[in-house]
Design a protein around this ligand. Structure first.
Ligand code: ADP
Ligand code: ASP
Ligand code: MG
Length: 605
């Protein structure tokens, strides 16, 4: 007999008929000999309706009252589903998050789960009852027992947290699509269903815009080793399994907040190539990385930053022994990049190399929505007087390229800061890619991002730390952090530009926060652009397969789409493009990697 947690999303419980259908499925699962805990969302678009009501009354509703309001949606569903189960002859009891004992932080509208009590749930299960629990909500551990919510889409997170706490055999997420697909089927009709995907890949996809799973649910599944499957509640098809590595045993204490970092890694075998002042127009990245790939040179990090004027800097890292060839290819390509480009007042393009670099990385699942973690890495390096040359962020890693002489010190201070002991300090394994597998598993689009650029940031250790610390204090998460490669002297100080992306709703807050400290930090103007889209490719087989990024850039070029920013990590490549080109960019990239399935996907909602 298995213990199963089943979660049904809004569309799966959108009507009375749907609730009755869910009751039948739950009953059948029990009749097959299992104990079942059901987690449900609010019916259909109820939560959106409640948000609208609040905004009809207040432009900036009080967060505590917002939680009081939004938590009612799920409460309707638990009562109705429990009644439907009882009508079908299946004993059932509904429980709110507070009644179960889903204890959270007090941060209203975005609380993290701290612990889950299991006594009451176990008692009901022993009585042969099905438990029907309200997703998305919890209760704060403060004296006043405040009702909290976990953030939009958070019922997935409730379900996986309950499964972790109860040590359930597995957790099923029922929704309106057959499982996890290579792209959102509402945007790419012929997206293909995957039978399984790794947690790390899913964490990236979910955070880069694939809202089929709440990223925090995947974090918990990875950290506690909860087997997780996404399926359609309309069919009995098997769906997609999200696979986790064998986890170390963890206590439930501080469930979502304990140990966001579980390893510090380093790599001293890389060298950096930077192309300065190349034209800002479609095709430049495609040409450069196409050439690099045709020489079979494997590129690790790539970043491209925006600039005042109409030129870009592109920097990338390669294995040290391919540096000479990478440099030669880069220099040779410059005349071709400049062909037809109107001469400007700027200096000519240039290639700059750096031999003695090291990449230090913090890794772990628990960084999503916690900007303080990256900020702590930057400030730890700054306090040790270590300058950061390049930054690469992903949902499971933050990497900084630094001077090689600082590497040992950087590892020591980071291990100390994140409380990592020897076992968690490692040289990443050289994973040999499985070339039979497609390097790209899925593509995602995020239209709700804004780009923030801070001009003329003084080039000295600690500036990135200061900037991201301030943003973290305002709970603003950043992604795609890019420092320009070229320096510019402003009022006698060497400066660089720093650009990054944030959620659109945080764009203005990022601007105000940074404008208020720009003078104190000695920085220039803060520029925010919300008309952007971020398209990404994700796949853990990308490592060691030259040409993957080039293929993405080339596909965009062939559609005449200009790339404004590029950032990569080991398992993803993200490009910022103009907002109105986002959907076409997604479709084009999906086709370029031959991800299409043989038929149109059924979306049941
Ligand atoms: P629920 O209400 O069940 O939680 P959501 O709307 O939150 O459902 O998530 C399901 C939706 O996620 C799908 O209808 C689909 O449009 C969207 N989606 C985005 N990316 C993907 C993807 N890669 N695979 C499957 N669905 C995706
Ligand atoms: N009802 C909540 C929302 O719409 C939580 C969820 O559905 O996961 O965001
Ligand atoms: Mg959802």
């Amino acid at each position: 007999m298995a213990l199963i947690v089943q979660k049904y999303g809004g569309t799966s419980v959108g009507t009375v008929e749907r609730i009755q259908a869910v009751a039948q499925r739950v009953k059948q699962t029990v009749e097959a000999g299992n104990s079942v805990v059901v987690v449900v969302s609010a019916m259909g678009k109820t939560t959106d309706g409640l948000v609208k009501l609040a905004h009809d009354i207040s432009a900036n509703p009080n967060r505590r009252e917002m939680d009081m309001l939004l938590s009612t949606g799920e409460q309707v569903t638990i009562a109705l589903l429990s009644m439907a189960l009882q009508e079908a002859g299946q004993p059932a009891v509904s429980l709110t998050g507070a009644q179960v004992g889903i204890i959270t932080e007090t941060h209203h509208t975005r609380a993290r789960i701290l612990n889950v009590a299991t006594d009451r749930m176990k008692r009901h299960l022993q009585n042969g009852e099905v438990l029907v629990v309200a997703g998305f909500q919890g209760i704060s551990n403060a004296q006043d027992l405040e009702i909290t919510t976990l953030g939009r889409g958070g019922s997935d997170t409730s379900a996986v947290a309950l499964a972790a706490a109860l040590k359930a055999d597995f957790c099923e997420i029922y929704t309106d699509v057959p499982g996890i697909l290579t792209a959102d089927p509402r945007l790419v009709e012929d997206a293909r269903l995957m039978t399984e995907i790794t947690c790390d890949e899913m964490l990236e996809l979910a955070s880069l815009g694939a809202k089929v799973l709440h990223p925090r649910a995947v974090e918990i599944a990875r950290n506690y080793g909860v087997p997780l499957v996404v399926r359609s509640s309309w069919t009995t098809d098997p769906g997609t399994w999200v696979t986790s590595p064998q986890p170390q045993t963890r206590s439930l204490e501080g469930l979502e907040i304990a140990r966001p970092v579980d390893a510090v890694e380093f790599d001293t075998d890389q060298a950096k190539v930077a192309l300065l002042r190349v034209p800002d127009r479609p095709g430049v990245a495609a040409k450069l990385f196409g050439e690099i790939a045709s020489q079979r040179l494997d590129v690790d990090l790539i970043i491209q930053s925006i600039h005042e004027g109409n030129s870009n800097d592109i920097a990338f890292t390669v294995i040290k022994n391919s540096l000479t060839r990478a440099e030669a290819v880069s220099s040779a390509i410059i005349p071709a990049l400049m062909a037809g480009h109107a001469p400007s007042s700027e200096a000519a393009p240039d290639v700059m190399i750096e031999q003695k670099i090291a990449k230090v990385t913090i890794a772990g699942a628990g960084m999503i929505g916690r900007p303080g973690v990256a900020a702590k890495m930057f400030s730890t390096l700054a306090d040790a007087g270590i300058n950061i040359q390049m930054i690469s962020t992903s949902e499971v890693k933050v990497s900084c390229v630094i001077d090689q002489v600082d590497c040992d010190r950087a590892i020591a201070v980071l291990c100390n800061a994140f409380d990592i002991h020897e076992s968690g300090y490692r040289i990443p394994e050289a994973t040999l890619p499985d070339v039979t597998e497609t390097p790209v598993r899925g593509v995602a689009l995020d239209l709700k991002q804004a780009r923030v650029a801070v001009r003329h940031v003084p080039d000295r250790p600690g500036m990135a730390a200061k900037i991201f610390q301030r943003l973290a204090e305002h709970n603003i998460s950043v992604d795609m952090i890019i420092q320009s490669q070229r320096c510019r002297v402003v009022n006698g100080t060497m400066t660089r530009d720093i650009a990054f992306t944030v959620a659109q709703m945080d764009g203005e807050a990022a601007r105000t926060t940074l404008e208020s400290v720009a003078a104190e930090f000695g920085c220039g103007e803060v520029v925010v652009d919300s008309a952007i889209a971020k398209v990404s490719i994700v796949g853990s087989n990308m490592v060691g397969q030259p040409g993957v990024a080039a293929r993405m850039f080339d596909a965009l070029f062939k559609k005449g789409i200009n790339i404004q920013m590029i950032a990569t990590s080991e398992i993803k490549v993200s490009c910022v493009v103009a907002e109105d080109q986002g959907i076409v960019a997604l479709q084009t990239i999906h086709a370029a990697f031959e991800l299409s399935g043989s038929h149109k996907v059924q979306v049941s909602a």
